[in-house]
Design a protein around this ligand. Sequence first.
Ligand code: NAD
Ligand code: MG
Length: 387
Amino acid sequence: MTRKLILLGATGSIGRSARDVIARHRDAFTVTAVVGGSDAPALAAAARETGARYAALADGAALPALREALAGSGIACGAGEGAVMEAVAYEADLVLAAIAGTAGLRPTAAAIRPGRAIALANKESLVSAGAAFMQAASRAGVAVLPVDSEHNALAQALGNGALDDVSAMTLTASGGPFRTWSREAIAAAGPQEASKHPNWSMGAKVTIDSATLMNKGLELIEAHHLFGLEAARLDVLVHPQSIVHGLVSWRDGAVTAGLAAPDMRVPIAHALAPPGMRLDTALPRLDLAAIAALSFEKPDLERFPCLGLAMAALADGGAHPTILNAANEIAVAAFIAGRLDFYGIAVSVEKVCSRMVASEREAPDNVETALAIDERARALTREVLGM
Ligand code: NAD
Ligand code: MG
């Protein structure tokens, strides 16, 4: 029997890695539907490659291009939010949620249905509406399987262990392209320098988040919701080689670590595999002798203030993470567009958080509430940035 899959974000960096894993296991999977943002030729290629029955683009204006690109394939298609929701309603045992950013919230939440599992890459769903998302998943009996490499490593290291026995979970960070740079040099860096990630090849937004270490902060919030651990038991360690992705420290002093080459196909294969099974990714066996040394250091919150802002949001709870996430998305887009300098990201996120959290206290109880807070935070960020 094959596992039926829906791929949300089929054309992105995660989507492509997932398709690579699926292509090696044609007999194990049937892709029923694929979803993308606006790139019609790329989505049509993904649909043809996977043999999906339905392809949906979020961008309604892209429908003619999608129809043309799928002509003769027999694959049905649609465009616009309704079409995305139609894709989410296709039959599936597992949905890969790999849309980038807040745009992923509604489709990912709609993917929660009894009888399915969610392989979650869209960390924004958990940062922005984590409590509501996990509650909905638990009510529907839906397992949320982390695709994010650190969380996937942590889930594997945790195994069937009891949370009461865990003294801490540590997420590692590569440190990004600016790990060894002075504050002055970082301050002068532009989008080009920030986009040169040392170890991972990823989408544009998450790459900038890795340079500011905001990504690690968002991942702390993600871990809090996924594993139900409070801030005091969550930790970050900079590890430039990106071989150890997560560490579970147990109360008896033992530590279980999750190691792998920095390749997203490893956590994706783990999340897509039927429970208890492993899929071959054809990656070479990890050669620790060739890597020779693994090093670790404490993150520097002075040079990477975004991590501290996210830690504060996690400790504060309520709507604070929702606001932080929205402000960060706008600020990162402004940085990529050359309208904001590197530390401007942290400065504007901090401003928006401190202005908004006084009046917006409650954690959103569903995705729509989260999106409403998100929208207000975006508007305030644009105002702060004079956009
Ligand atoms: P990406 O930018 O490469 O791809 C994003 C995907 O989302 C594309 O398929 C795009 O077409 C689609 N999309 C964009 N807007 C959409 C919309 N409005 N509706 C529907 N689809 C839309 O991003 P990525 O790097 O693949 O990241 C995807 C998610 O996975 C993010 O949440 C990211 O934080 C997370 N993640 C990525 C990596 C990585 O290595 N790339 C690692 C860990 C977590
Ligand atoms: Mg990660």
